[in-house]
Design a protein around this ligand. Structure first.
Ligand code: SF4
Length: 213
């Protein structure tokens, strides 16, 4: 509600090249499809470890536990001697195991959000999924940092965007690396390996000549 009130003028009288949608799913299950359908996605996430209740987990059939362990997309789960372990350094918070064992596994307590930028369902270039802009950010009232980032990116897009060009298309046109160089530096958003076009792809960021000795 606080964000809606902050941007209410832009909802009624947009000054931008085209639409700007913000979607806020509460967890990485993303049931509102923010990853695919919002220019700026604020996806509820956590950065500490998944909470495991080993006793409740034992109530699930071992066959099911092993199936989930084997299907973990990053193979970061192991199950030995009736004990489940998760290597959180390699967990992508895909929510698969938490959904399957909703009584035994819970998201961690250090909650915040992952910010994605640039999704749209269709367009001149085609459909985009959102790209990771900030892997984890604390989201607490009065949301000063979040608003600073949104306004900073909107100002940049307002300057360089062509008519009817969504922010993702503008970033695609000039390149994510240049976007980071121009906007990221100003907003204090550093390049990180999570900034990729799609899972298991190379990062967007390449160092500029002169930055590498
Ligand atoms: S959340 Fe996904 S990546 Fe993380 S342990 Fe569970 S299944 Fe594996």
């Amino acid at each position: 509600q606080a964000l809606t009130m902050r941007f209410i003028e832009d909802i009624h009288r947009p000054r931008f090249p085209y639409k700007w949608k913000i979607k806020i799913p509460g967890c990485p299950n993303d049931c509102v499809a923010a990853t695919a359908r919002s220019d700026f996605a604020i996806i509820g996430n956590f950065r500490d470890a998944i909470k495991i209740d080993q006793n409740i987990l034992k109530e699930y059939p071992e066959e099911k536990i092993l199936k989930v362990v084997n299907k973990c997309p990053t193979s970061c789960m192991s199950y030995e001697n009736e004990k489940l372990d998760i290597d959180m350094g390699n967990c992508t918070r895909c929510m698969y195991c938490i959904n399957e064992f909703s009584k035994a596994l819970r998201p961690g307590d250090d909650k915040g959000a992952t910010i994605l930028i640039g999704a749209r369902a269709r367009g001149r270039i085609g459909a985009f999924l959102g790209w990771t802009l900030i892997p984890f950010i604390k989201v607490e009232a009065p949301y000063t940092r979040l608003i600073e980032i949104i306004v900073g990116i909107q100002d940049w897009w307002d300057e360089i965007g062509n008519p009817k060009e969504r922010v993702g298309e503008a970033i695609y046109r000039i390149g994510f690396g240049k976007f980071l160089f121009e906007v990221g530096k100003e907003l204090g958003i550093d390049p990180v390996p999570q900034m990729i076009t799609r899972p298991r792809a190379n990062p967007f960021w390449f160092y500029w000549p002169g930055e590498v000795e």
